[in-house]
Design a protein around this ligand. Structure first.
Ligand code: NAP
Ligand code: HSE
Length: 452
């Protein structure tokens, strides 16, 4: 097939991301033509509600509420999906790929849940499915894992990959902001997902780490395989205690390869204040990749918001357009790139309809070994530490430090913070259960892992 004289783009969605992409395609049209050697034009934009966009400065007829005007238009070569959610987004992407269009998406949920099937379809059709914007906003981490680091055996990925939670945690740590106030600000700035539960409960980060782990370890990691804990149980005193102990609190997404098994998890954790990731604040994201050849490589940049995400989406639009210009050669390149995250034995037909869950605290990380931070509310009377120490000792958990704060004389209670030496997760969980059964322990207020 001859490559088209002009590359036409259809855009699904014109919110935070789609609005930035529309503006870039319209305002930077001649710059893009220079980069590709061919004009790239925005032809149609799908929205739900035309009235909402009545004031938009767009050519007449560019907006539509009818998806077929993009999906069935043979003159549209690249479809950019910036709607969010799984359906109808995944269905539209499937339809676009099936009719031979290149697809660019910012949608981590669709890629995490339906990626293998869509990648297979793209491969079959010889087109690109590109999703740089799905992880890390403007940070080029997806393409780096697909191509630039592909020669490595990756040992681990550790990162801060949700801008909303990092913004919230930074405001809480540095300014003593309330959780709800900081979340509201993140929403105003366009960082948060349509349903911010996905951000604060770690679901968004689960999608992203499953995408990164699939690329890094060359096998399908489903969101359902990822252990998940959100940030909603963190309280102001956790930040004060962490700081006193020499730590920051960050929501981390981690995937490691141990004895051939991938262990992926998302949870808030304590990090030494001098750790590189501890210094990543606000809406910034950072991902540390450790490979056998490259050693430790750190990617750092703006993880959410209109401009950084537009940067990533437009990079993919330009790549898809270049593929169209170099039609024959690109078919081979795109197929081999997409193959990098294809597992050897995967039922692709099922994957097109399969919903691969959102991560869960039920997923086992029982054999994880790390240090722990425990915050307990206890009775303030003699012998309490002895009882707690015995339970931890019986579980082979060695105490590294103890702080006693915030005594309530009227109620005769105290808050104590214990840090441990490296311990096995299953022992810690069993000991926590035993601690809650002690009369002297009013409650276990928080449990956080300490990463080094
Ligand atoms: P958004 O502001 O809520 O915009 C969504 C857009 O999609 C709106 O224009 C909406 O139409 C349209 N839309 C939604 N459902 C539709 C449907 N069924 N039919 C037609 N149009 C529909 O969302 P966003 O923040 O731009 O996020 C879009 C995607 O980018 C998501 O997958 C998100 O995870 C991802 N992402 C976002 C960021 C970020 O910083 N915001 C960063 C990276 C990735 P109306 O305008 O008519 O309502
Ligand atoms: N809600 C996401 C975040 C947007 O805060 O990181 C970018 O994926």
């Amino acid at each position: 097939m001859a490559s088209p004289p002009q590359i036409n783009v259809g855009l699904l969605g014109m919110g935070v991301v789609g609005g930035g992409v529309a503006a870039a395609l319209i305002e930077q049209s001649s710059d893009i033509a220079l980069k590709i050697g061919r004009p790239v034009k925005l032809k149609k934009i799908l929205v739900r509600d035309l009235g909402k966009h009545a004031g938009a400065n767009l050519p007449t007829g560019m907006l539509t509420t009818i998806p077929e005007e993009i999906l069935n238009d043979n003159e549209i070569h690249v479809v950019v999906e910036a709607m969010g959610g799984t359906q109808p987004a995944a269905g539209y992407m499937k339809q676009a790929l099936a009719s031979g269009k290149h697809v660019v998406t910012a949608n981590k949920e669709v890629i995490a849940k339906y990626g293998p099937g869509l990648i297979y379809l793209a491969h079959q059709k010889g087109v690109n499915l590109l999703y740089e914007a799905s992880v890390g906003g403007g940070i080029p981490i997806v393409g780096s894992l697909m191509r630039d680091l592909a020669a490595n055996n990756v040992h681990s990925i550790k990162g801060i990959i949700n801008g909303t939670t990092n913004y919230i945690l930074t405001r809480m740590a540095n300014d003593g902001a309330e959780f709800s106030q900081a979340l509201n600000e993140a929403q105003q700035r366009g960082y948060a997902e349509a349903d911010p539960t996905n951000d604060v409960e770690g679901i968004d980060a689960v999608y992203k780490i499953s995408i990164l782990a699939s690329l890094a370890f060359h096998r399908s990691v489903s969101p359902g395989d990822v252990y998940r804990q959100g940030i909603t149980r963190l309280e102001p005193q956790d930040f004060r205690y962490a700081s006193e102990l020499g730590y920051a609190i960050k929501s981390l997404a981690i995937a490691t390869l141990q004895n051939g098994n991938i262990k992926a998890r998302v949870y808030p954790a304590l990090l030494p204040l001098d750790h590189m990731l501890a210094k990543v604040d606000g809406v910034y994201n950072a991902v540390e990749v450790e490979g056998d050849l490259c050693g430790k490589v750190l990617f750092h940049g703006l993880g959410a918001g209109r401009e950084p995400t537009t940067s990533a989406v437009m990079g993919d639009v330009i790549e898809a357009s270049r593929s169209l210009v170099a039609q024959d050669e690109s078919t081979k390149v795109s197929a081999s790139q997409n193959r990098s995250s294809e597992p050897d034995s995967f039922d692709y037909a099922d994957a097109l309809t399969e919903d691969r869950e959102t991560g869960s605290s039920e997923n086992s990380i029982d054999d994880l070994i790390c240090k722990y931070y425990l915050r307990l509310n206890v009775q303030d009377r003699p012998g309490v530490f002895a009882q707690i120490g015995k339970v931890l000792g019986d579980g082979e958990i060695s105490i590294a430090s103890v702080l006693q704060k915030d005594t309530n004389q009227a109620e005769q209670t105290a808050e104590i913070v214990i840090t441990t030496h490296p311990s096995i997760e299953s022992s810690v969980q069993a000991s926590l259960k035993a601690l809650t059964e002690l009369d002297v322990v009013r409650n276990v207020s928080n449990v956080l892992r300490i990463e080094e």
